[in-house]
Design a protein around this ligand. Structure first.
Ligand code: TXA
Ligand code: MG
Length: 336
């Protein structure tokens, strides 16, 4: 298949809409990461999504909308928590899980009685979704197990020749996938941390909103969770920004004949060693996380990442738990 690279003009957008309605897959930008869109009402199109990504069939997809009213076509019961989130946080980097209506088939939700719904904030995303004129199911546009793409060039790397088209938009502003908030249970809970923090949601909803998989908890041993976001080279994670410990680890790896890199808040503290900045705060770290991961794996053969996110440190911010979660998965929970 020859993949078309489309742009944000009237002609290409209407072509993208036609392709979606014809059952094809399209890569498109959002403010979080690029998505791999299909007509959520077309079971054969959705099936292709799993095949193209190599995604396990038991991992459900998010349905993307461009207008808040569509929530009521897709969800069976929009409770008061959902109404508050829809009013205050949508459009934005958040996904809500609600009981589904019959319109959305089990292939989209992996057989679950609930459906995940997201209205992106990105105007490019919403232009595409409007042109599609149907709800669009979309996972991140990476091959399963690879870091999510945050530029159209990274989508091309993983998807060229496998899908009908890619809409070439801006690099993603947020850089990590949306916060997934489950509102289908008696108490709201975050299933995947993202740029919208659980603290913010707790305040907004007036109830404590927990995070299902606290990445620091021992329950999340590597065997229990999917291995996600893995760079092609080994990676370890340090959580204290301890300069001596990081330097010693680096020197040890170098002595073993590796070409390691330190991925740290302030690379200038590691003069003479390969060191790359992770960003000045958690939000900057999120924005560059996957792109840097994909770069480092081509230039070095061992990644030593550091992310100190304790209260009142530079990485203490709304996106810190989301960044920590992605780093933990990337290193296979290999903490030094
Ligand atoms: O930011 C994002 O959410 C991006 C962009 C493209 O919108 N999409 C994305 O999709 O990250 P994906 O497929 O990579 O992740 C979807 C997440 C998975 O963790 C999945 O388990 C969860 O949403 N999910 C989907 N439907 C669900 C449901 N009914 N119940 C619980 N979790 C659900
Ligand atoms: Mg994904």
């Amino acid at each position: 298949m020859i993949t078309k690279y489309l742009h944000f003009n009237e002609h290409d957008l209407s072509l993208a809409g036609e392709l979606i309605r014809a059952g094809e897959l399209i890569g498109f930008p959002t403010e979080t990461v690029y998505g791999l869109g299909a007509n959520a009402l077309d079971e054969d199109a959705v099936k292709k999504t799993y095949a193209v990504k190599g995604r396990p069939a038991d991992n459900p997809l998010i349905v993307h909308i461009y207008d808040k009213s569509q929530v009521y076509d897709i969800a069976a019961d929009v409770n008061d928590y959902a109404k508050t989130v829809i009013e205050h946080v949508m459009p934005g980097p958040i996904t809500i899980v609600l009981p589904k209506q019959g319109l959305i088939k089990g292939i989209v939700t992996a057989g679950l009685p609930s459906v995940a719904i997201r209205m992106p904030e990105s105007t490019e995303a919403r232009q595409f979704l409007r042109a599609a004129a149907v709800p669009v199911s979309a996972p991140s546009a990476n091959l399963s197990g690879r870091p999510s793409p945050t530029t159209w060039q990274r989508v091309r790397e993983d998807m060229d020749g496998r899908i009908a088209a890619v809409l070439c938009g801006a690099p993603c502003r947020v850089g990590i996938e949306s916060t997934v908030l489950d509102l289908s249970r008696t108490e709201p809970i975050v299933l995947r941390p993202g740029a919208v923090s659980a603290e913010y949601l707790s305040e907004l909803l007036g109830i404590h909103v927990g995070v299902l998989t606290d990445p620091t908890s021992k329950v999340n041993s590597p065997g229990i969770r999917y291995k996600h976001y893995a760079p092609k080279v080994p990676m370890v994670l340090e959580l204290d920004d301890d300069r001596d410990k990081l330097s010693a680890y680096y020197d040890q790896k170098a002595a073993e004949g590796c070409n390691p890199v330190l991925w740290v808040q302030n690379p200038l503290r590691f003069g003479g060693r390969n060191a790359v900045g992770m960003g000045i705060n958690a939000e900057a770290a999120a924005a560059n996380l996957f792109e840097t991961m994909r770069k480092l794996e081509t230039q070095y053969d061992f990644i030593i990442a550091s992310f100190c996110w304790r209260k009142n440190t530079l990485y203490d911010g709304p996106a810190s738990q989301g960044v920590l979660d992605r780093l933990m998965r990337a290193c296979g929970h290999n903490i030094i």
